[in-house]
Ligand binder design. Structure first.
Ligand SMILES: Nc1ncnc2c1ncn2[C@@H]1O[C@H](COP(=O)(O)OP(=O)(O)OP(=O)(O)O)[C@@H](O)[C@H]1O
Ligand SMILES: [Mg+2]
Length: 234
């Protein structure tokens, strides 16, 4: 399943387009997006609500399929791959923080964070538990590890989703509004954790955000407007 022997954490797209059916009319919500992100770069995508940011993130991470164009993630061309093959690419080091968190409701906070480490299968269960505990403590949730998602506030669920994404030091981390539900102090702390991962593990960060401080801290900024992406010179 490996396209190249050399793995990399760069990310690119070429003429990436998404057309959906709106009623019985085709609606193009992403228009020929070209993107070239180097390994270890931090990138912010800003833009109005409904402009196509989450759609783009889902396509770049291989969670959704394009109508046209290509994505290359961790050295793999995603366009030729089915869902299982895309999941196999994601398992090589791609983490995603969803806008609405997507925690598994039947698992506690601790179990949600343990899951990607269990799937990876490289650590003993006791170590996985300790690592998940450490990550949750890192996002300020050391006292909430046995809570289920419906027993957590929106901001707490967001932080569990972030801890889950940090697990196993991903090569590429996509996050859709990672500080959207947090107060400014907690948001600043999460920002620190994101950039620590970027600096220490060379994790490529692709962040969708309305948070200007967070966007300004990224090396590159892009603006989405009506499905068209343009780089902002900073
Ligand atoms: N499956 C779909 N069918 C029809 N329209 C869709 C579908 N998915 C997304 N859209 C539309 O595409 C546009 C872009 O949606 P998207 O979720 O990418 O926006 P966004 O920039 O992330 O917005 P927000 O900042 O509010 O999260 C929206 O107008 C949305 O209604
Ligand atoms: Mg969105």
């Amino acid at each position: 399943m490996i396209d190249k022997t050399v793995q990399d954490s760069s990310l690119s797209s070429s003429q990436l387009t998404k057309t959906v059916l709106s009623g019985d009319q085709p609606l193009t919500i992403l228009k020929a997006v070209d993107l070239d992100i180097k390994a270890g770069e931090s990138v912010a995508i800003v833009g109005a609500s409904g402009s196509g940011k989450s759609t783009l993130l889902g396509l770049l991470a291989g969670l959704d399929v394009a109508s046209d164009g290509q994505v290359t993630l961790l050295g793999h061309d995603l366009s030729a791959k089915d869902e299982d093959a895309r999941a196999a690419v994601r398992a090589q080091g791609v983490a995603f923080v969803f806008q609405n968190f997507h925690l598994l409701p039947g698992l506690t906070a601790l179990e949600n964070v343990m899951l990607p480490l269990e799937i990876r299968g490289q650590m003993a269960n006791r170590d996985i538990k300790a690592e998940a505990n450490r990550l949750l403590t890192g996002v300020g949730l050391g006292q909430r590890i046995t809570h289920y998602p419906n027993q957590l506030s929106g901001g707490e669920q967001q932080r569990v989703a972030l801890a889950r994404a940090f697990a196993g030091q991903p090569k590429v981390l996509f996050a859709d509004e990672p500080t959207g539900n947090l107060d400014s102090t907690t948001g600043a702390h999460i920002e620190t954790l994101l950039f620590e991962l970027n600096e220490k593990s060379n994790t490529t960060l692709v962040l969708v955000t309305h948070d200007e401080t967070l966007a300004a801290r990224c090396q590159r900024q892009f603006r989405m407007a009506d499905g068209v992406l343009a780089e902002v010179s900073i």
